[in-house]
Design a protein around this ligand. Structure first.
Ligand SMILES: [Zn+2]
Length: 74
């Protein structure tokens, strides 16, 4: 069972892992990596998306590679 302080810590860590979307005054959102406009289709599919599809895929692949590396070294 988690204490209140532990839960708060978890909550803060979760928030820190989320990145702020690059949005202009018109509500257009731009990829954090390549600055391409994120399409309305993608935003509808993934409302929290902060990157275009190619960059998000690449980022995910990097994350998975790091995870595998971590397991390899452990
Ligand atoms: Zn991009």
């Amino acid at each position: 069972m988690l204490s209140r302080a532990q839960m708060l810590q978890r909550h803060t860590a979760l928030n820190a892992s989320q990145e702020d979307p690059d949005e202009d005054a018109q509500g257009n959102r731009y990829c954090l990596d390549c600055a391409d406009k994120i399409s309305a289709d993608r935003r509808q599919a993934v409302p929290t998306a902060v990157r275009c599809t190619p960059c998000a895929s690449r980022k995910e692949a990097e994350r998975m590679a790091q995870k595998r590396q971590g397991i390899h070294h452990a």
